[in-house]
Design a binder for this molecule. Structure first.
Ligand SMILES: [Zn+2]
Length: 220
């Protein structure tokens, strides 16, 4: 039996899941203001050089770093910011639980889903409308399913410090304190980082709750 992908974007448009959004996997132009170069130098902005833009989102193009001269490709709507770490897929959260634990109040801004947590993106986009989601190193297949999501692949969370409303880490990244520190870095003070797995002990995060293999912390 032919899957939805055999029919391409037209079928996706007609399905109830996608009716409310343009079927565009892409990097939101506005997200560029919040992206940072993942190279090891002082945080700076990236310059967007778009080649193909659909509905204010970039399908093909490049991001350039004025500080170090590196350029990164946006191909098929995915920003390739230096490659994802080679870790096996882990566990994310059910969308309903992710929605409650992240606790976003109202639309606006950006929230980040790392690794397996990004599998909940299509449902979260419905539960928290008006929030722009950024999937960092999502599991394969999300590119075809999450029109309200910008997809990036990167060796760290490639966003500026204190720039997002919250982060959810899949278990494969929550197990790495470097990624928990990255999640804390990009989150706005007072807002939440959620992880799957053992409770982290990371400076700048205050643990609020932990149960059934999930934890919630507030950025100090
Ligand atoms: Zn750079």
């Amino acid at each position: 039996m032919a899957g939805p992908n055999a029919w391409g974007p037209l079928t996706a448009y007609r399905s109830p899941l996608f009716r409310r959004w343009p079927f565009t996997v892409a990097v939101f132009i506005e997200l560029t203001d919040h992206l940072r170069c993942p190279a090891d130098h002082a945080e700076g902005f990236l310059v967007l050089l778009p080649d193909r833009v659909v509905n204010r989102s970039v399908r093909e193009g490049r991001l350039g770093c004025p500080a170090c001269g590196r350029t990164y490709a946006i191909t098929g709507g995915v920003a390739q910011l230096g490659g994802a770490p080679a870790v096996p897929p882990g566990e994310g959260l059910e969308a309903a639980a992710a929605h409650v634990l992240l606790g976003l109040q109202g639309p606006g801004g950006y929230a980040v889903l790392v690794g397996s947590a990004a599998a909940a993106a299509p449902e979260l986009a419905k539960l928290d409308p008006g929030v722009a989601w950024v999937a960092v190193n999502p599991p394969p297949g999300l590119e075809d399913a999450a029109p309200a999501v910008s997809v990036v692949r990167s060796p760290l969370v490639p966003l500026r410090t204190r720039s997002v409303r919250g982060v959810i880490l899949g278990s494969e990244f929550a197990a790495d304190s470097r990624w928990v520190r990255e999640a804390a870095r990009v989150t706005l003070p007072g807002l939440r980082v959620v992880g799957r797995g053992a409770e982290p002990a990371v400076e700048g995060l205050e643990l609020l709750a932990s149960a059934e293999g999930c934890w919630v912390a507030a950025k100090r």
